[in-house]
Design a protein around this ligand. Structure first.
Ligand code: ADP
Ligand code: MG
Length: 877
C-alpha cells in the first residue's frame, strides 16, 4: 500500500495570464565546450563559476592590427569544459521541469555560433544525453503513476485541452488501436544506436511535491522555423513518391488568453520518455530529410521542441477526472535550439542560402532588438513597443517575455581562436539579455478539493495499465439499483425502474462477462504467445550461448596458438639480439683493425713519397754529373783529335808554304812571335770567323772551336794557313744556318791574297760575347790605292736546346787601313788601337796583323765599342 501523502497547501485560483509584480532577470548561463584539437589556439578562459574571459587571439591581432584585449563577462553560472550534461541539467533545466510540473511555463534556448555545442547541449550526443531527454525523463519519473489514461485529454486546435470521460477515452483507444497504423516496433527503435544512446539517462531525477490528486497528460510538438517559415516536424504526411509534396508552413495564432501558438500543429500524447524521444527522433529525421532534399543548411534553422503538461484534478472520490475544462492546467516547456548566430559573411553563403542566412540573422537580430527594447523599457521606464512580430521566432515566444514563464538561455561558446569575433558578439547579446527582467509567473492553482484517494490507493498492476481498468470503468458505470420497496399497489414505476436497472445491469454483466471472456482469451493467447516466445527465446538464447561458447573456445585456442607463437617469436628475437651483439662486436673490432691498417698504409705511403723524392734527386744529380762527364770526355777526345789533325795540317801547310812561297827573313818577327806566344795562352779562341750579314748563326759544338788556345801557339809563322783552315772549317759548320757571304769572300781573299787576309774570333763564354774580325780589300776610286778593312762583329752567345750554342750578332766594327804601296795607315771607326810603342806599325803579312789583333784584345786596349776583355776563360772540366 502506498502511504497517503500529506496534502499540498491550497493555493488561490489565479486567472491564467495574470502577472505578479515580482520580476526575475532572464537566466543566462554560459557553457564553454572543449577544443576539438588540443593544439588549437584558445581565446576563452573560465575565470570562475560565474565569469569568463575573452582575449584577443594572436592571429586576429595580426590581421586587424589590433591591440591585445581581455574582456570579462559574467553570467548566472559558467560551465567549463569538464561540465557533464547532468550537472548542466541539474542547474539549468531541472528547475524548469519542476516549474512545468507545478504548472508554470518555461523557455530554454541555446544560443551560439555553429559548432559551439548548442545541439550537444540541447539534444545531446550519443552516450551524452542532452537536456531534452533528461527533461522528459524527469517529467515521466515525476508523473509516472499519476498519468491520465490515453485520450482522456484531447488537444484541440485552439491551444487548449478537452477532457473525455474514461469510457470515451477507452473507446477511442480501441478505435485507434484497431486502425492499421504501423507502429514502430520497439526493437527497431532500439536498433538505432544513436537513439538508444541518447535516452539512456542513468540518473534518476524526479520533481518534488507532485500533486497526487491530479492526473497528468504529456503532449509534445516539434516545429522548425526556417527562413521565417514554421514547419511542423510531426505532421503525418502521406508520402507520394511520384509527386512529393512540399512541406506546408504553419501560421501563428493567438488564443483567447493571448498566448501565441502554431495553428494546426501536431501534438502527440506520450506516455514515457522513450515514446516522447521517439517522437522527437521522428521529427529530427524528417528535418534531416527535408534539409537534404531541399538543400537546406540545418544549422540555419531554429528548432522548437515543446512539452505540454496537462493536469486535471480528480473528483472528490479520487476516482475520476473532473470533467470541468476550467480545472485543467496547462504548462509548457519549450526547448529551443537556435540557429548559428554567426554572420552571413562568415559562412560565405550564396544565392538562396544567403537569403536564408539573412532571414536567420533577421530572426536573431529581432530577438536581440526585442531584448534591447525590453531592457530599455525596464531600465528607463519607457513604453516602447517590443518588435516581437518582426520575426516568427520572437512572435511565438512573446508571452514568455511578457511574463508567462521563466526564460533561460545557455550561451554556448567554442573557445577556438577562429570564433573569437563571433564569440564577442554572442557575449554582448548575452550581456543585454541578462539585464532583461521577466515577470515571475505565479503558481497556478492545481485544482479544487480532492477529499479522497480511494482509487489511487488501490493496489494497481502498473502505473498506466490500461487493460485492468476496463472492468473497473464498467463497474463504475453500473447503474445504482432504484428503491425496490412497493409501497403502493398501484405503484407502476418502481418495478419497471427496477426491471430496467436490472436489465441494464444484466446487460452490463453480460458485457462484463464477454469482456472477461475476451480478456481471458486474450490473456490465454498472450500467455501462450509469451510461453512460446519464452521458449523461442530460451532456444534462441541457448543457441546463442552455444554459439558464444564455441566462439569462446575457438578464441581460447586461438589465444593459446598466439601465445605459443609469441613465445617462439620472443625466443627468436632473443637469439637475434644475441647474434646482433656478436656481430656488432665483430664489426667494432674489424673497424679498429681497418683504422690501424689505414694508418699504417698512410705511413708507408708517405715514406715511399719521401724515398721517391730522394731517389729522383739522386737520379737527376747523377744524370747531370754523367752528362757533364760525357760532354767533358767527348770534348777532350775531340780536342785531342782536332789537335792531332791540326798538327798534321799545320805541318802540311808549313811544308807547302815553304815549298811555294819562300819569304825574306824578318829580324823582328821572332820577338813578335814570342810576344804573341806569351799573350795567346791567355786569349780565348781566336778562331777567325767571317760571318754572314745575317745576325744569327748557330754553331753546333761551338765551344770546341772556341777553346783552342793551342791553335795560336802553333801559328807562329804560318798563321795565315791556320786561319784559312779555321775558316774553311767554320764555313762547313755555318753553311746550314746562314749564307756565309763574308766567309766565302774571306776564303776568296785568302786564296787570292793569302798573306793579306786575317780573321780572328774572341769569345768569352762566361759573358756570352762573341767577336769576329775580318779584313778585306775594298776598292777605292784610285785603283792604285786600296783600303784594307778589318771588320769586327760582335754578338751574344746562347745555349740551344739541342745542347749546342747560338750566336746573335749585334754590331759590326770596321778597322780601315789604306794600303798604298809602301806606307799603311790603320783606322778604326770606333777605336784607334795604339801600338805599345805608340808608333804605327807596318803590317805586311797576315801573321803580323793577326798577332797584333790578338794582342790588342788580349791587352784590353779596345775602345768603347770593345767592351769585352779578352781574359782567357776555359770551360769547366
Ligand atoms: P552546434 O549545434 O552549436 O552547431 P554541436 O552541438 O552540433 O554544435 O557541436 C558540434 C560538435 O562538437 C559535436 O560533434 C559535439 O559532439 C561537439 N561538442 C559540442 N559541445 C561539446 C561538449 N561540451 N563536450 C564535448 N563535445 C562537444
Ligand atoms: Mg546544432
Amino acid at each position: 500500500m502506498k502511504p497517503a501523502k500529506a496534502k499540498m497547501p491550497r493555493k488561490p485560483v489565479i486567472k491564467k495570464g495574470s502577472q505578479s509584480n515580482l520580476k526575475d532577470p532572464v537566466g543566462v548561463y554560459c557553457r564553454v565546450r572543449p577544443l576539438s584539437f588540443p593544439d588549437q589556439e584558445c581565446c576563452v578562459e573560465v575565470v570562475n563559476s560565474t565569469t569568463v574571459q575573452l582575449h584577443t587571439p594572436e592571429g586576429y591581432r595580426l590581421n586587424r592590427n589590433g591591440d591585445y584585449k581581455e574582456t570579462q563577462y559574467s553570467f548566472k553560472r559558467v560551465f567549463g569544459i569538464h561540465t557533464t550534461q547532468k550537472e548542466l541539467f541539474d542547474v539549468v533545466a531541472s528547475p524548469l521541469v519542476d516549474d512545468l510540473i507545478h504548472g508554470k511555463n518555461g523557455l530554454l534556448f541555446t544560443y551560439g555560433v555553429t559548432g559551439s555545442g548548442k545541439t550537444h547541449t540541447m539534444t545531446g550526443s550519443p552516450g551524452y544525453g542532452g537536456l531534452l531527454p533528461r527533461c522528459l525523463n524527469m517529467i515521466f519519473n515525476s508523473i509516472g503513476s499519476f498519468q491520465a489514461k490515453r485520450y482522456v485529454f484531447k488537444s484541440n486546435d485552439r491551444n487548449s485541452m478537452e477532457i473525455q470521460c474514461e469510457v470515451d477515452a477507452l473507446l477511442e483507444r480501441q478505435k485507434r488501436e484497431a486502425m492499421p497504423v504501423p507502429k514502430t516496433p520497439s526493437n527497431k527503435r532500439q536498433a538505432d544506436p544513436e537513439f538508444a544512446d541518447m535516452i539512456n539517462v542513468q540518473e534518476f531525477c524526479k520533481a518534488e511535491e507532485i500533486d497526487e490528486d491530479s492526473v497528468y497528460g504529456v503532449f509534445v510538438s516539434y516545429i522548425e522555423i526556417y527562413n521565417n517559415y514554421i514547419y511542423d516536424l510531426l505532421e503525418e504526411v502521406q508520402l507520394d513518391p511520384i509527386k512529393p509534396k512540399l512541406p506546408q508552413s504553419k501560421i501563428l495564432r493567438e488564443d483567447k488568453n493571448h498566448n501565441m501558438y502554431v495553428a494546426g500543429c501536431t501534438e502527440v500524447e506520450v506516455k514515457s520518455t522513450e515514446e516522447a524521444f521517439e517522437v522527437f527522433w521522428r521529427g529530427q529525421k524528417k528535418r534531416r530529410i527535408a534539409n537534404t532534399h531541399l538543400n537546406r543548411e540545418s544549422s540555419r534553422s531554429h528548432s522548437v521542441f515543446s512539452i505540454k503538461l496537462v493536469q486535471a484534478p480528480l473528483d472528490a472520490d479520487g476516482d475520476n477526472v473532473l470533467q470541468e475544462k476550467e480545472q485543467i492546467t496547462i504548462s509548457q516547456l519549450s526547448l529551443v535550439d537556435l540557429a548559428g548566430s554567426e554572420r552571413t559573411n562568415r559562412t560565405k553563403a550564396e544565392g538562396n542560402r544567403l537569403r536564408e542566412a539573412g532571414n536567420i540573422n533577421q530572426s536573431l537580430m529581432t530577438l536581440r532588438t526585442c531584448m534591447e527594447v525590453l531592457r530599455e523599457n525596464q531600465t528607463y521606464g519607457t513604453n516602447k513597443m517590443v518588435p516581437y512580430r518582426d520575426s516568427k521566432l520572437t512572435h511565438l515566444f512573446k508571452n514568455y517575455f511578457d511574463g508567462e514563464g521563466k526564460v533561460r538561455m545557455i550561451v554556448c561558446v567554442n573557445p577556438k581562436a577562429e570564433d573569437y569575433e563571433e564569440s564577442l558578439q554572442v557575449m554582448r547579446f548575452a550581456e543585454v539579455t541578462q539585464e532583461v527582467e521577466v515577470a515571475r509567473p505565479v503558481d497556478k492553482a492545481i485544482c479544487g478539493l480532492t477529499p479522497g484517494r480511494r482509487y489511487r490507493n488501490l493496489p494497481r498492476g502498473g502505473p498506466v495499465g490500461d487493460e485492468p481498468l476496463v472492468t473497473e470503468v464498467i463497474l463504475q458505470s453500473f447503474p445504482p439499483l432504484p428503491p425496490s420497496k412497493l409501497l403502493d399497489i398501484n405503484d407502476e414505476e418502481t418495478l419497471p425502474k427496477l426491471i430496467e436497472a436490472l436489465e441494464k445491469r444484466h446487460h452490463l454483466r453480460q458485457l462484463m462477462t464477454e469482456e472477461l471472456n475476451k480478456q481471458c482469451m486474450n490473456f490465454k493467447a498472450l500467455l501462450k504467445e509469451f510461453d512460446s516466445s519464452l521458449l523461442n527465446k530460451e532456444n534462441y538464447i541457448q543457441e546463442k550461448l552455444n554459439e558464444k561458447e564455441k566462439l569462446i573456445s575457438g578464441q581460447k585456442s586461438e589465444i593459446e596458438r598466439l601465445e605459443k607463437k609469441n613465445k617462439t617469436l620472443e625466443y627468436k628475437v632473443e637469439v637475434l639480439e644475441k647474434t646482433t651483439t656478436i656481430y656488432e662486436e665483430d664489426k667494432r673490432n674489424l673497424q679498429q683493425e681497418l683504422e690501424s691498417q689505414n694508418q699504417k698504409l698512410q705511413r708507408q705511403y708517405s715514406d715511399k713519397r719521401r724515398l721517391e723524392a730522394r731517389l729522383q734527386g739522386m737520379v737527376t744529380e747523377t744524370s747531370m754529373k754523367w752528362q757533364k762527364e760525357c760532354e767533358r770526355r767527348v770534348a777532350a777526345t775531340q780536342l785531342e783529335m782536332q789537335n792531332k789533325l791540326w798538327v798534321k795540317d799545320e805541318k802540311l801547310k808549313q811544308l807547302k808554304a815553304i815549298v811555294t812561297e819562300p819569304k825574306p827573313e824578318k829580324p823582328e818577327r821572332p820577338s813578335r812571335e814570342r810576344d804573341r806566344e806569351k799573350i795567346l795562352p791567355r786569349s780565348v779562341s781566336p778562331s777567325p770567323v767571317p760571318l754572314s750579314s745575317s745576325n744569327i748563326a748557330q754553331i753546333s759544338n761551338g765551344q770546341q772551336l772556341m777553346s783552342q788556345p793551342q791553335l795560336h801557339r802553333r801559328s807562329n809563322s804560318c798563321s795565315s794557313i791556320s786561319v784559312a783552315s779555321c775558316i774553311s772549317e767554320w764555313e762547313q759548320k755555318l753553311s746550314p744556318f746562314s749564307t756565309p757571304v763574308n766567309v766565302t769572300s774571306l776564303a776568296r781573299h785568302r786564296q787570292q791574297e793569302p798573306g793579306q787576309s786575317k780573321t780572328c774570333i774572341v769569345s768569352d763564354r762566361r759573358r756570352g760575347m762573341y767577336w769576329t774580325e775580318g779584313r778585306e780589300m775594298v776598292p777605292t776610286f784610285n785603283s792604285e790605292i786600296g783600303v784594307e778593312e778589318d771588320r769586327c762583329r760582335r754578338g751574344d752567345v746562347y745555349k740551344t736546346r739541342g745542347g749546342g750554342q747560338s750566336v746573335q750578332f749585334t754590331d759590326i766594327e770596321t778597322l780601315k787601313q789604306e794600303s798604298p804601296t809602301g806606307s799603311r795607315k790603320r783606322r778604326s771607326s770606333t777605336i784607334a788601337p795604339a801600338q805599345p810603342d805608340g808608333t804605327e806599325s807596318e803590317w805586311t803579312d797576315v801573321e803580323t796583323r793577326c798577332s797584333v789583333a790578338v794582342e790588342m784584345r788580349a791587352g784590353s786596349q779596345l775602345g768603347p765599342g770593345y767592351q769585352h776583355h779578352a781574359q782567357p776563360k776555359r770551360k769547366k772540366p
